[in-house]
Every structure is written in structure tokens, then in C-alpha cells.
Design a protein around this ligand. Structure first.
Ligand code: BDR
Ligand code: CA
Length: 327
């Protein structure tokens, strides 16, 4: 079992990532920390609780993180994720509250005590605050997997930038820079790979057939996201970015790529762009592993096997999942 913290901004695809992580026996989730991104950090924490309630895992503590990017004006993504951040599902709020300690203090405290991995699914504001004050704590980050950035693929917020890094480009730039200085690397699950992970209406329907309860929960939170993808990108279905970072953390064969030095642009028309030195012009030590290839069918099998439950509690077999190959 590997101990992790999920730093996120739930967010529809963050919710799916939490579902996957909670249902993965390889992971021990020490905490969920939230950051302002798709929705403000306090709303993200309420949403994390709603998802944990669905999973009967309200024992996992939730810490509220930074409420605005380091320097830029905060721009949320409620056009994509709905006014409540969970596809306007307006699920009932959970009465048990969040932890009193701030996410930044919690992250600092735990990294001072032990080595732990972080799966970052939102802007890097919390992480930048922790590491710019205490850079040596980067040595206690067992692994950092970050959903964000893009290499060959175009952006989703500007021609060149992906939302998490675009939202707080200074934070992303600081974290990449400090990881280089401290000799650690960031596993970058960017749009090159996540764009391939499309939850189609057929896949969703299949999930509902296999497990009505969890399938319908996913349907409830993804409908709005599907409409957004059709209107904005002409896609039938929705790109679910964040759960791929969890799947990759558990199973390295989920994505492949290369090691490189990467910097993040902070200003102007390139704000939030990941500048990946794949040709080694700068002769710098790699601070990132850039994932460029993935296998969507493998991912969906992995996701469904874990998140969907069989009534008798047994595991899904090939026969039961065979339709997946055709969807
Ligand atoms: C990322 O931005 C958010 O909208 C998603 O939750 C994901 O983390 C994709 O660009
Ligand atoms: Ca996210």
C-alpha cells in the first residue's frame, strides 16, 4: 500500500479520480486537500465530501486549500463543471465538516514527518506555497503525479495552455523549477494522454448496466460535462482527465513517455504553457517525465473493474467486461 495525498479541485473528473483512488487497494489516502480551480477551494471540499459519502469513506479527512492563484486573478471553470462543480447535480451536502487546519499547513506538517506521494489534479497553488517556503520538503515527496500541461497536443484554455497550469501559472512554474533544483521529477499527465480518455455515452450506459448505483452516480455528475464537450469541442462524450493520473500512479504501463527538463511560461500569450526541452537544448537535468502515449481501452477496463461493484462482491471477469472492446 502506498500512502498518498490527493490535491484537487472537484470538479467532475476529480470526483471520478477520487472514486478510482478510494476503490484501489494499492493506495492509502492520507487526506484530500483542495485548491481553487474548477471551483473555489471551500466548494471543492464540500464536493469531495459528497463523493466520499457516496463511497462510504467519510473517514478520509479533507483540508481546504488556497482560495486564489499566487498572482493572477482567479478564474474558475464552472462553465465546464457546472455552478456546483459537480455537473449541477446539486447532491445533498454532507453534515460532517472539513478539518480546521489549512491544506498548506497540513501538507507542510506531513512532509516534515514522512515520505509521501502526491497526486495533484488541480492548480499547483498549495504545493507552490509549501515548497517555496521549505524547498527541502521536495525530497520527502516520494512521487508527484500532476495532471496538467501539454506537449504536442493543443491547450484547452488557450492555443498552448491547459487549465490547471493556466489558472495558476506562477505556482506551476515555481514547482517545476524547485523540483529541478532539488533533483526530483514530476510525472506530467498532460492533455496529450488525457484527451484520449473519452467517456462516451455508450461506455457510460454500459457502466450503468453493470452497476446501477455507481453507474447512475457517474451519469448524474457527467451529463453537464457531456453537453459542454459537445458545445465547445464537438465531442460526443467527455474527456475525463484526472482519473488517468490515479491509474498511472498505480500502474506504470498505463502511459509511456520520456524524461525532460520542463519550464512553465507565466506571462503573455504563452501563459501556462509547458515548455518541454525534449531536444535537450538547455542541457539541464530532467525535472519531469512527460507522458505522451496511453491506452484508453486499458484505462476503462481498469476504471470499471475497480469503481463498479458486482452484487455478490466478486471480481469482474473477461466475459462480463467483453463489451468494452466494442464501445
Ligand atoms: C484539468 O482542468 C480541470 O478542468 C479538470 O478537472 C482537469 O484537472 C484539465 O485541463
Ligand atoms: Ca481537476
Amino acid at each position: 500500500m502506498r500512502k498518498i495525498i490527493i490535491d484537487c479541485d472537484p470538479g467532475i473528473d476529480d470526483a471520478l479520480a477520487i472514486m478510482l483512488a478510494v476503490n484501489s487497494p494499492e493506495l492509502k489516502i492520507a487526506a484530500i486537500t483542495t485548491v481553487s480551480g474548477n471551483v473555489p477551494s471551500d466548494m471543492g471540499a464540500v464536493n469531495a465530501k459528497k463523493v466520499l459519502k457516496q463511497l462510504n469513506r467519510l473517514d478520509i479527512p479533507v483540508y481546504i486549500g488556497e482560495d486564489a492563484p499566487l498572482r493572477e486573478e482567479y478564474i474558475d471553470a464552472r462553465d465546464t463543471h457546472g455552478m456546483d462543480g459537480l455537473g449541477e447535480s446539486f447532491l445533498p451536502e454532507v453534515s460532517s465538516g472539513c478539518e480546521k487546519q489549512s491544506a498548506v499547513d497540513f501538507l507542510t506538517e506531513i512532509l516534515e514527518k514522512e515520505k509521501i506521494s502526491i497526486i495533484a489534479l488541480g492548480p499547483m497553488t498549495n504545493l507552490a506555497k509549501v515548497f517555496s517556503k521549505k524547498p527541502h520538503l521536495i525530497r520527502n515527496v516520494e512521487e508527484l503525479v500532476s495532471m496538467g500541461g501539454n506537449f504536442r497536443s493543443h491547450g484547452n484554455c488557450s492555443p498552448v495552455a491547459e487549465y490547471n497550469y493556466w489558472c495558476d501559472p506562477d505556482a506551476a512554474a515555481i514547482v517545476y523549477d524547485l523540483f529541478e533544483k532539488e533533483g526530483n521529477i514530476i510525472h506530467m499527465i498532460g492533455l496529450d494522454v488525457t484527451r484520449e480518455i473519452v467517456l462516451t455515452p455508450n461506455r457510460l450506459e454500459y457502466m450503468c448496466r453493470l452497476d446501477k448505483e455507481n453507474g447512475e452516480f457517474i451519469r448524474k455528475i457527467t451529463g453537464f460535462y457531456m453537453d459542454f464537450h459537445w458545445e465547445q469541442e464537438g465531442i460526443i462524450g467527455c474527456v475525463i482527465n484526472d482519473p488517468l493520473a490515479v491509474a498511472y500512479f498505480i500502474d506504470r504501463s498505463m502511459c509511456s513517455g520520456f524524461d525532460s527538463f520542463t519550464a512553465v511560461a507565466t506571462d503573455g500569450i504563452c501563459r501556462g504553457q509547458t515548455v518541454v526541452d525534449s531536444m535537450d537544448f538547455w542541457k539541464k537535468e530532467p525535472n519531469s517525465r512527460i507522458l505522451t502515449e496511453t491506452d484508453p481501452e486499458k484505462f476503462f477496463r481498469f476504471f470499471m473493474e475497480r469503481v463498479l461493484k458486482k452484487e455478490d462482491g466478486s471480481k469482474w471477469n473477461d466475459e462480463e467486461l467483453k463489451l468494452l472492446h466494442e464501445l
